[in-house]
Ligand binder design. Sequence first.
Ligand SMILES: [Zn+2]
Ligand SMILES: [Zn+2]
Length: 126
Amino acid sequence: MDTCLKCEAASDADTRWEVILETQMCIWESPTSMPEVDIQFGDGIGTYCSEEHAMVAVNEYLLLVGADAQWSDVRPIETCACCHKDFDTTTSWHKVLTLIEESGEPPDLSIGTVEYVARFCQKCVP
Ligand SMILES: [Zn+2]
Ligand SMILES: [Zn+2]
């Protein structure tokens, strides 16, 4: 059972939303191959009972660091959520604010939707 950081409701519901600041590097073997994401580590920001409460936390975090949600994808060049400059995601580790829908417990943990709220270039490490 997880307790929502926002409403402090302990929920028996299996599905919860995690907000994580991940350190990622995107990998493109070739221009035609599928992109891969290499995740070095993630700092958990919180676990929430609903996507709505997770988004309240996401928006508070973005406000704190002075960034906008970009809902970015995995591309070789992405726009930084802070300085709005394009940067290369394949050459160095960068921070990504990630929203993950999860259910179950290991070893039956299942990951639902994964969304990248914002990517931050190396100069704007939040
Ligand atoms: Zn909640
Ligand atoms: Zn930046």
